[in-house]
Write a protein that binds this ligand. Structure first.
Ligand code: ATP
Length: 247
């Protein structure tokens, strides 16, 4: 479909076309489009911008990634389709392992998403071999890589579902989420929820990684002073403010 660059929602329309194409290629699950739509609605309420509270959360997420012994970034179809290059660059910068971990999981789709990431430049992608399990979660979604999520102390989960976020937290891992819904179970279960659109949040986390790389004391201060509950409250307030302004 031809989309005119003058269209006021050009970027959103191009992204939708791209995601539909990736459904046809088997990288994005059909229900991934519904999840994307939910994200767009919340982004509308944020005014489609990074708020100061979201940027603070992105900075704390960067601090956790740098402090981690074994950081892992999980990637599903939507995250790959929206932000493969950004996630690959972030994984290199930290450095962290990338693991493909899908809600709608079949060996074929895992292979497709792994290949998609490799086509975008990723190496050593985990996820083809699912040789560990997370406790407290339905069996088909419990499996993960022993070298990745299984061993991780800090896990960045862009666009994850609430059950798995809670299971990761219950397993004692520090969960960093990127999720536009400040009410989602994922955002609430996380130690740090970055309530921002994925393609804005990832470059922000990357910028903070570079800035905090040689500042361990600052990293620890950021981590100890952060409250996810308080940050989510600020994000809900930011959404209410945007709604009032538009009304
Ligand atoms: P939860 O289980 O965490 O309460 P959910 O399982 O109902 O939420 P899903 O439909 O699995 O949520 O996942 C979609 C989530 O991802 C939504 O919260 C949505 O706001 C968020 N989301 C979708 N697209 C993006 C995006 N591009 N950037 C950030 N967040 C997004």
């Amino acid at each position: 479909m031809e989309i005119s660059k003058d269209h006021p929602r050009y970027r959103s329309l191009v992204t939708r076309e791209r995601l539909s194409e990736l459904v046809r290629e088997g990288v994005v699950a059909p229900t991934g489009l519904i999840a994307h739509g939910r994200g767009e609605a919340f982004d509308y309420m944020l005014g489609e911008r990074t708020t100061p509270a979201a940027d603070e959360a992105a900075r704390v997420a960067a601090a956790h990634l740098l402090e981690a012994r074994w950081p892992v970034i999980t990637v599903n179809g939507n995250a790959a389709g929206l932000c493969a290059e950004g996630l690959i660059s972030l994984a290199r910068a930290v450095p962290a392992r990338l693991e493909v971990n899908l809600f709608h999981r079949t060996p074929e789709r895992i292979e497709r998403v792994c290949r998609y990431l490799e086509g975008a430049g990723a190496t050593d992608v985990l996820g083809r071999e699912q040789d560990a399990r997370l406790e407290g979660i339905a069996s088909d979604r419990a499996s993960c890589s022993a070298e990745g999520i299984g061993r991780a102390d800090v896990v960045l989960i862009p666009l994850e579902d609430g059950d798995r976020a809670a299971a990761l937290a219950a397993a004692g891992k520090t969960v960093l989420a990127i999720d536009l819904n400040p009410l989602s179970r994922t955002a609430v279960a996380a130690s740090v929820a970055v309530v921002d659109e994925l393609t804005r949040a990832v470059p922000n986390i990357m910028r903070h990684v570079e800035d905090l790389r040689n500042r361990p004391e600052e990293r620890r201060r950021l981590i100890s002073e952060f409250s996810n509950d308080r940050n989510l409250e600020r994000m809900r307030d930011a959404m209410c403010e945007t709604l009032h302004q538009k009304g």
